[in-house]
Design a binder for this molecule. Structure first.
Ligand code: ADP
Length: 181
């Protein structure tokens, strides 16, 4: 890994299992809904761990479209920032879900760079309540992150966080397969 020209991408994407709210990184990404005011799943966990100031702050942002992202301070989190992105709800695959999911990763990374973020952790956006099939969502995630890392040198580390053991092993496999391409 890390041969000239590869931009060292293999070592800059890491898969971890656990709770994203515990990570001490420059930014954690939230799989939010368009209100940015909190919800279930990882969104609920992030709002609980960040404390009520996150919701108060997000009220000033005026919502967010699907496929786009917004940044907030991390408040009580160990992470310095929260980047909230709104994933697509899975409606069978013909409603631009792939494109919108890709845009979530891309926009989150662009906003990260604009805010001097060097270490960033993502959950598997849209794969919970929003129902996106896990394997195809993970391939889009890994592919979009690698494409971005190839073109950008300021992000040092991207952590893809799997919540369950099963998700962790399937993400590990997708990452190693994608790297061979
Ligand atoms: P969405 O509405 O985008 O589907 P969910 O929160 O329902 O969002 O699920 C997104 C992913 O986040 C799922 O893979 C779920 O298992 C995972 N997840 C839930 N809680 C946490 C957490 N605390 N840390 C990391 N990942 C989490």
């Amino acid at each position: 890994m890390g041969h000239p020209g590869s931009n060292n991408i293999g070592s800059r994407l890491e898969v971890q299992q656990g709770d994203i709210t515990q990570l001490q990184v420059d930014a954690i990404v939230n799989a939010a809904n368009s209100s940015l005011l909190g919800g279930g799943g990882v969104d609920g966990a992030i709002h609980r761990a960040a404390g009520p100031r996150l919701k108060e702050y997000n009220r000033t942002l005026g919502g967010c479209d699907t496929g786009d992202a917004r940044i907030s301070p991390g408040f009580d989190l160990p992470a310095r920032h929260v980047i909230s992105t709104v994933g697509p709800v899975w409606k069978g695959g013909q409603q631009k879900e792939d494109e919108l999911l890709k845009s979530c990763y891309k926009r989150s990374l662009e906003i990260a760079v604009q805010n001097h973020v060097r270490t960033i952790a993502f959950p598997c956006i849209s794969t919970g309540i929003y129902g996106f099939p896990f394997t195809s969502a993970s391939k889009i995630a890994v592919d979009t992150i690698y494409t971005f890392l190839r073109q950008n040198e300021t992000i040092e580390k991207v952590i893809l966080v799997a919540f369950s053991n099963e998700d962790f092993y399937s993400l590990k496999e997708i990452v190693s397969n994608q790297l061979k391409k």
